[in-house]
Design a protein around this ligand. Structure first.
Ligand code: FAD
Length: 457
């Protein structure tokens, strides 16, 4: 069978291109070896955010009026249903656009030829172009190898049939802190172990510190500059020996130390697709690899492993194939988002990055607990920080550490893009009673005319 384009992988790096190209009249096949929607739909964004929504609600009600009664299994079933609905929605979209879904593992057999290995045999398809949207697998470490039961990744952690009593999370990156926040909010005893100086090491120190304080307030033990040096299974528990000498007895160990690109065993060497030193596929701005007509998009090309980045890359790859209205992904516009009650959303440069390259800047930081919208949600440590260049005209970085930050960051985007001046922002009636009002407050503060913030003289 001959297709115009074969897309290997149906996650957020793959399916948007399929839908776009099919709409343009191209004959498309998507090869998927597991579940349509990939990590985001099945084991990442969707189930974590469903759990998160539930956990925040429980935590909030408990704060106001005592214990909430619910059955863990009902929660897991509800999460499963949300995930199933999302997945089926994608399957429907693919079907409605007449995209052929080939179940099995896609392997590049040569230029314009993809072999599909399924449990019931092999088949081969021809095509003009290929998009590789292979994604990543969770990585484990020699001291804690996944066993699918007690030493697990996000894939199992979001579908546990029973609520664990004690959990150790190895790795204080985004996945680690999001899972720690969810579990601790639901009453699980959680310890995070981070080998580096602080959790969320890619963020500024004050963001990491605010999150550490927040997690501690939720009852999470955050052990930084600590590693796990031994794991032993003892009955239904695991004993984890830490570099500090402490031994933790836990039911589950969630390894959240990072991801590995799924680039081996898929025939990339058959046609010479180049990888970087970490195994990610190297692409140009149009998402084409070093091999003509072979494109790649999403987590498999590295950079921030985020769904909104993957979606755009997928569309860039599709447009490059159509050769129509091609744009470049502006990676500095990809917000980092961390969903932890007291959320983090960052755009642009951090102080750490600017210091590293010696760029001079000014920073403006205001606490935003005075906003009733923040007060109602109850996050005393919430703040907004804007980094501007010395002329105060160019915004270099925006960092929100506040409830709903992941939504509110979009309100800040025009400021970052230079499409909205600080003065203009100070005159916009952002809707009351929302956290987006913080934008007017910080704009007033930058202008030296704050209404709600006291400037100490
Ligand atoms: C716990 C967790 C929470 C997350 N939450 C968020 C969030 O809230 N917001 C956000 O922006 N991002 C989030 N992410 C990141 C997001 O999930 C990824 O950025 C996104 O899944 C990347 O999409 P992708 O299509 O590139 O890769 P994947 O989602 O990994 O999809 C790759 C697909 O390709 C298939 N595949 C791979 N190789 C082959 C092959 N050879 N043949 C056939 N099929 C193949 C795989 O089965 C898979 O379905 C989260 C990640 C995790 C782990």
């Amino acid at each position: 069978v001959k297709f115009d384009v074969v897309i290997v992988g149906s996650g957020v790096g793959g399916y948007p291109a399929a839908l776009y190209l099919a709409d343009k009249g191209f004959k498309i096949a998507v090869v998927e070896e597991h579940l349509v929607g990939g990590e985001c739909t099945n084991y990442g964004c969707v189930p974590t955010k469903a759990f998160y929504h539930f956990a925040e609600s429980v935590k909030f009600i408990e704060k106001i009026s005592g214990q909430v009664y619910y059955k863990w299994i009902d929660l897991v079933e509800w999460v499963k249903n949300i995930v199933r609905e999302s997945r089926e929605g994608l399957e429907y979209l693919l079907q409605a656009r007449e995209v052929t879904l080939l179940r099995g593992k896609g392997i590049l057999a040569g230029p314009g030829r993809v072999v599909v290995e399924a449990s019931n045999g092999k088949s081969s398809v021809e095509c003009n172009s290929v998009i590789l949207a292979l994604g990543t697998d969770p990585a484990d470490i020699p001291i804690a190898r996944f066993d699918g039961v007690g030493v697990i990744s996000n894939r199992e952690a979001l579908y546990l049939q029973e609520k664990p009593s004690r959990v150790l999370i190895i790795g204080g990156g985004v996945v680690g802190v999001e899972l720690a926040n969810i579990y601790s909010s639901l009453g699980v005893d959680v310890t995070i172990v981070e080998i580096l100086e602080h959790i969320l090491p890619f963020t500024d120190r004050d963001i990491a510190l605010a999150l550490k304080t927040h997690l501690a307030q939720r009852g999470v033990r955050v052990l930084e500059k600590t590693s796990v040096i031994g794991v032993e299974k003892k009955g239904s528990f695991y004993h984890a020996k830490l570099s500090s000498g402490e031994v933790l007895e836990v039911e589950k160990i969630i390894v959240a130390v990072g991801r590995r690109p799924k680039t081996s065993g898929v025939g990339l060497e058959n046609i010479g697709v180049k990888l970087d030193e970490k195994g990610y596929i190297i692409v140009g701005e149009n998402m084409e690899t070093n091999v003509k007509n072979i494109y790649a998009a999403g987590d498999v090309v590295g950079g921030p492993l985020l769904a909104h980045k993957a979606i755009l890359e997928s569309l860039v790859a599709a447009r490059s194939i159509v050769k129509e209205d091609v744009f470049k992904v502006d990676y500095k516009l990809v917000p980092l988002t961390i969903f932890t009650g007291l959320e983090v959303a960052s755009l642009g440069y951090t102080e750490k990055e600017l210091n590293a390259v010696g760029v001079k800047y000014l920073k403006f930081r205001i606490p935003v607990y005075f906003l009733s919208a923040v007060k109602i949600k109850g996050y005393k440590n919430a703040f907004v920080k804007i980094i501007v260049d010395e002329s105060r005209e160019r915004v270099l970085g925006i960092h929100l550490v506040a409830p709903n930050a992941s939504e509110v960051i979009s309100a800040y985007l025009p400021l970052y893009l230079g499409k909205l001046g600080v003065k203009e922002a100070s005159r916009i009636p952002y809707p009351h009673l929302t956290i987006s009002e913080s934008l007017r407050d910080i704009a007033e503060y930058i202008l030296g005319e704050p209404i709600h913030t006291i400037i100490k003289k």
